[in-house]
Design a protein around this ligand. Structure first.
Ligand code: SF4
Length: 434
């Protein structure tokens, strides 16, 4: 008779995350469940009983990093077969057969926000019902600022984007659940929450009574202890008058909109299936700036999309130049298998040309930020202090600009007024103004 040695109960976890804020929020929520199961974090995968890779496939470079990381885990798993390896996030589609044959040493595959398969496996190993952890997934040790996912998935199907196929259709969380989570976070010391979604301004259309983001902003605004509320990312077509008014009227809601325009040329926008024209976008920006004084804007751009001529790219540069965004995230187009663009469009802009266009947008934006930030010298700006870096306090102002300043006091979590003395394209520096 052979006696089987019982497998040790998993004690330590390591979560590796790549990609957008939604992925970071998903990892924090999984971590919350693991901590509630009595587990503790390790600094790296070597000492972990459970290793989770939270993946991103929006760009090839991100996917390559995930594959590299997965490959490096194979010998670790070989040395300790009882170790659990889990792959989570956008690399995991509805069918996992292909991934299972490529990475047979991975124990669990989980789509975004699908924590259950890992928790069930952990429950079996620990001899407990791990499902109970799913009710409260707010981070156990949040910082001063925290993310709160409010809507998952996306219904838009832009031709270049894999998100709707991986994260699924839009599903909003009930308003009361979000408010309860915001209250819990405020009780744990959080002062700023960012309401997150791939398409945050379409929040609520699928809920009974169809509350919208404006309703949610008002409800979260009422939570005691919070001093700031933000939201990220908005689609220009879903940005309603009610939401703009809510930002203008609710003092805790920061004056910042992230509104990706992706391309300046109407022909390219149409092929991307973005659903608006350059003119629609300009009018929306004008309306927001008129109704929300002091507002800042950030955007996302793709250069080198199939069919983007030099003249079409020039329209993108014009829009960047005229709008004077406070932040621009620019990416060179790369084909993602599974998207409409990968099936129907020829990736016809050479890689060198894409890199040149990307560098041109970045150089233009750096000049704009140098100029617009320099205008802030001598002004006072409200900063929520989030931590320390290189001997200075660090936080963001209401416009989401990074601010550094020196002060001997313990200011973590406090809101202070900082007089701006020096600026760069990427941050402001100053001293506390009493
Ligand atoms: S709006 Fe478009 S780019 Fe954004 S997540 Fe949805 S499909 Fe992707």
């Amino acid at each position: 008779m052979t006696v089987q040695t019982p497998r040790p109960s998993p004690q330590r976890y390591y979560i590796w995350t790549i990609g957008c804020q939604m992925n970071k929020a998903d990892s924090e929520r999984l971590e919350s469940a693991l901590v509630q199961l009595g587990m503790s974090a390790t600094d790296g995968p070597n000492d972990a009983d459970v290793i989770v890779l939270n993946s991103c496939v929006v760009r090839q470079a991100a996917e390559d990093k995930v594959v590299g990381m997965l490959t490096s885990l194979k010998p670790l798993k070989g040395r300790r077969p009882d170790r659990i390896v889990a792959l989570m996030g956008c690399m995991v589609g509805p069918k996992t057969n292909g991934l299972q044959s490529r990475f047979p040493y991975v124990d669990v595959f989980m789509r975004p926000q699908e924590y259950r398969p890992l928790l069930q496996l952990l429950g079996e190993r620990m001899g407990v019902d791990a499902e109970g952890c799913l009710s409260t997934l707010a981070p156990p040790r949040p910082g001063v600022a925290a993310f709160v996912p409010i809507i998952h998935g996306c219904d838009k199907f832009c031709t270049f984007c894999i998100i709707p196929y991986r994260r699924g259709r839009e599903v909003s969380r009930p308003l009361a659940d979000i408010v309860r989570e915001a209250e819990l976070l405020a009780g744990r010391g959080v002062r700023e929450v960012t309401l997150l979604g791939q398409n945050v301004d379409s929040y609520g259309h699928d809920l009974p009574g169809a509350p919208d983001l404006a309703d949610l902003l008002a409800s979260v605004h009422a939570v005691d202890g919070l001093t700031r509320v933000r939201f990220l990312t908005s689609h220009p077509n879903d940005m309603s008058q009610r939401i703009i008014e809510a930002v203008a009227d609710l003092p805790k809601v920061c004056e910042h909109f992230n509104l990706p325009f992706q391309a300046g040329d109407d022909g390219v926008l149409q092929v991307m299936r973005r659903g608006y024209t350059q003119d629609d976008y300009r009018r929306l920006v004008e309306r927001i700036r008129r109704q929300v004084p002091g507002v800042s804007l950030s955007t996302d751009i793709i250069v080198g999309f199939p069919g983007e001529t030099e003249a079409a790219f020039g329209q993108t540069l014009d829009l960047v130049r005229e709008t004077e965004f406070d932040k621009v995230h620019v990416a060179a187009y790369s084909t993602r298998p599974g998207t409409i663009a990968s099936r129907k469009l020829e990736d016809d802009v050479p890689w060198e040309e894409k890199k040149r266009r990307l560098a041109e947008v970045e150089a233009l934006q750096e000049g704009i930020l140098t100029r617009i930030n320099a205008r802030l010298v001598g002004q006072t700006t409200e900063v929520l202090v989030e931590g320390r870096e290189k001997g200075k306090w660090k936080g963001r102002n209401r416009n989401d600009k990074l601010v550094f300043f020196g002060d001997p006091g313990d200011l973590l979590g406090q809101t202070v007024q900082v007089r701006v003395e020096k600026t760069s394209p990427w941050s402001l520096q100053g001293t506390v103004h009493v």
